[in-house]
Design a protein around this ligand. Sequence first.
Ligand SMILES: Nc1nc2c(ncn2[C@@H]2O[C@H](COP(=O)(O)OP(=O)(O)O)[C@@H](O)[C@H]2O)c(=O)[nH]1
Ligand SMILES: [Mg+2]
Length: 285
Amino acid sequence: MSIRWYPGHMGKAQEKMTEAIRKIDLIIEVVDARLPLSSSNHQLEEMRRNKPCIKILNKHDLADSAVTKAWVRYFENESAVYALPLSAKVSADAKQLIKLCQKTVPHRGKPGWPLRIMVFGIPNTGKSTLINTLAGKCMAKVGDKPAVTTCGQQIDLRNGIVLSDTPGILWPNMDDQNVAYRLATSGAIGASAMDYSCVGLFALEFMMHRYPESLKTRYKLSELPDSPTDMLEIIGRRLGCLMAGGVIDQNRAAEAFLRELRVGKIGRISLEEPPERVEDHEDTE
Ligand SMILES: Nc1nc2c(ncn2[C@@H]2O[C@H](COP(=O)(O)OP(=O)(O)O)[C@@H](O)[C@H]2O)c(=O)[nH]1
Ligand SMILES: [Mg+2]
């Protein structure tokens, strides 16, 4: 029997998250810039009420920058939502985030009146990396003094900002199979939960349609074959994923292809684009 949550019957985790949100001034939701909607959590939108939220489109270095720009416009249509593409490992990017936090909640961040922030997101979007960069940046700034004071579960960034040291881990919305496949393509879902060749073929079909030139360049092809299966065969040969008798090992080929795709070896790619909003059509009519 499957367990379902009905509106009005909050799960324990959701209750705790709502409680945590009540005690902060600003929400940072970290999503993956390559799949910002599939890596978002829709319940967060309900839980936050109208509390300001900065959506970090993280791993911006791996995403298609034109598509990321369209996502920023998409998210900023929502009330009290700001969107910022960045790479969580880069401290200059963290600095930019701090400025945006201060601008978003200008009445906070004074002595005795700290700007309280907590980072949320589904697994693997880069929450821990971001918290470390934010905390580390502040450590570098104050030199020899111990900059990061951990009091309870709070990190005092010494710039008026107090950051919760543990991220709020949200769950992905996996009911939609396309969402699940995009998450698996990005590497957000552990290898044990998926079949490499299915995910690899899904990713290849997408790439052949959306980024054919990147595939041609990476695998030195003048034309692409007709089907993802044929493409996987070619890649398997290129990457040496062969079994006895020279037959390609589909599973290994898919794994090798996905590994290349995830680290950006095939180029900067976005796995989804913003859905068109109804208002966009109304404007043009
Ligand atoms: N390319 C790239 N990788 C990143 C970035 N931020 C995090 N990662 C990687 O993404 C993976 C998950 O990061 P982590 O901080 O553990 O995610 P968490 O589960 O949300 O805490 C790690 O391998 C990080 O090195 C980024 O901005 N760019
Ligand atoms: Mg983590």
